[in-house]
Design a protein around this ligand. Structure first.
Ligand SMILES: Cc1ncc(COP(=O)(O)O)c(CN[C@@H](CCCC(=O)O)C(=O)O)c1O
Length: 400
């Protein structure tokens, strides 16, 4: 039969290509009346649809042939210039446009990871990065975090003990835990990485989504101050414009960007030309773009507070959480005996979904953790969804 006919022909690496928990749950939650806090879906009610329609019209009228034709793998130059302008010491030659930062993760895996290569990751870390890296068969070394991020003693011990291809770090509103790394910790990590000759892959998807204060310097910027060359930086237009456009960027040392260009030539030739031109049309108007980001920050802060209030109301006291100061997620820790995969089954019975925490751990731990996204839910949905989660938790903990 077809199953066995192809099973015997699939590449061995497909053993490591497993479903993405987030993607699989996303499919489940389209049922009517279902409340999902699973996917980190940007608020669709804030997508600048009108502005995108008119900008697309303008582009097609003025540069239609260029917008619809093949384009260079490196990406649309004005967009690369815009990205470079935000990264100290960077020129467009340090910038590669990719089809979502998810593709950036895949290409970086393809360029750096051989079977058995060691990759240092946070515990927990972004499960999409593990999905991207897994087919290249790395050996992960997980390092624990305290309230603001990677623990320096554990990090230094790992850097001393292993030769890593790179360390994957999310310093700003970490996915999934929501942690924000402070300036001193950022500097210490950049210095340790240079001391132990270990490149940092900095994934900065949520950099702009801070609720208060102002943005902290990127690891990329801090590394530049020490001479540069040791940080590969990833960010995206998904959280500030629209994730369906699939436009993101990698900023890094020229030898790395060169390899990523070649890898991308073999992957998808280039990121959609029209979408790159459209993103540039939107971001070039700094005043509008900052106002748009301001709306998103305000909306997410409001939704974060609604979820906090609902958690305080409906969760038993032995469920803990970190209150995020930005980004899209609450990260909950339950008593050790609670398996969040089992809890998800209960929750789905109550027509509610979240992402169980275990897939965010490269070391298989985290059964008693779960991730909730508040970014695209209304006040009613948040209150009702958390109430349903509360019922499921009480059942699991044997309390009615
Ligand atoms: C740290 C981090 N790095 C990269 C990505 C991918 O974003 P792109 O849209 O590919 O630029 C993301 C987006 N993650 C969201 C969206 C996943 C979308 C999905 O699988 O449905 C999530 O964690 O739910 C991220 O959080």
């Amino acid at each position: 039969n077809l199953e066995s006919y192809y099973q015997s022909r699939f590449a061995a690496r497909t053993q490591r290509i497993q479903a993405s928990t987030i993607r699989e749950i996303l499919k489940l939650t389209t049922q009517p009346g279902f409340i999902s806090f699973a996917g980190g879906l940007p608020a669709a009610d804030l997508f600048p649809i009108e502005r995108i329609a008119e900008a697309t019209q303008r582009i097609l009228q003025a540069h239609g042939a260029q917008a619809l034709q093949y384009s260079t793998t490196e990406g649309y130059l004005p967009l690369r210039e815009w990205v470079a302008g935000r990264m100290p010491g960077a020129t467009p030659e340090h910038v590669q446009i990719v089809s979502g930062s998810q593709q950036g993760l895949d290409l970086i895996g393809k360029v750096f990871i051989d079977p058995g290569s060691k990759v240092l990751v946070e515990a927990p870390t972004y499960l999409g990065a593990l999905s991207a890296f897994n087919p290249y068969e790395p050996e992960y070394i997980s390092v624990g975090m305290d309230e603001e991020g990677l623990q320096l003693d554990e990090l230094e011990a790992a850097l001393k003990a292993h030769h890593f291809k790179f360390m994957y770090v999310l310093p700003t509103f970490q996915n999934p835990s929501g942690r924000l790394m402070g300036l001193e910790r950022r500097k210490a990590i950049v210095e340790l990485a240079r001391k132990y000759q270990t490149p940092i892959l900095e994934d900065d998807a949520y950099a702009e989504l801070y609720f208060s204060g102002k943005p902290l310097p990127t690891l990329y910027a801090l590394d530049q101050e020490l001479g540069g060359g040791n940080v590969v930086y990833l960010s995206t237009s998904s959280k500030t414009l629209a994730p369906g456009l699939r436009v993101a960027w990698v900023v890094g040392p020229k030898p790395v960007i060169q390899k990523i260009v070649y890898a991308k030539q073999g992957a998808d030739l280039h990121t959609p030309t029209l979408n790159q031109m459209l993103v540039y049309e939107l971001v070039r108007d700094g005043e509008w773009f900052q106002a748009q980001i301001g709306k998103i920050r305000h909306t997410y802060q409001t939704r974060r507070t609604w979820m906090l209030e609902a958690l305080q109301k409906y969760m038993p006291e032995d469920i803990g959480w970190i209150v995020p100061e930005g980004g899209m997620f609450f990260w909950l820790t339950a008593p050790a005996q609670l398996d969040s995969l089992e809890l998800l089954k209960q929750a789905v019975e109550e027509k509610m979904a979240f992402v169980p925490g275990q897939p965010f751990y490269a070391d298989g731990s985290g059964k008693n953790t779960l991730r909730l996204s508040y970014s695209s839910a209304s006040h009613e949905q948040i209150a009702e969804g958390i109430k349903r989660l509360g019922r499921a938790v009480h059942k699991m903990l044997g309390r009615e």
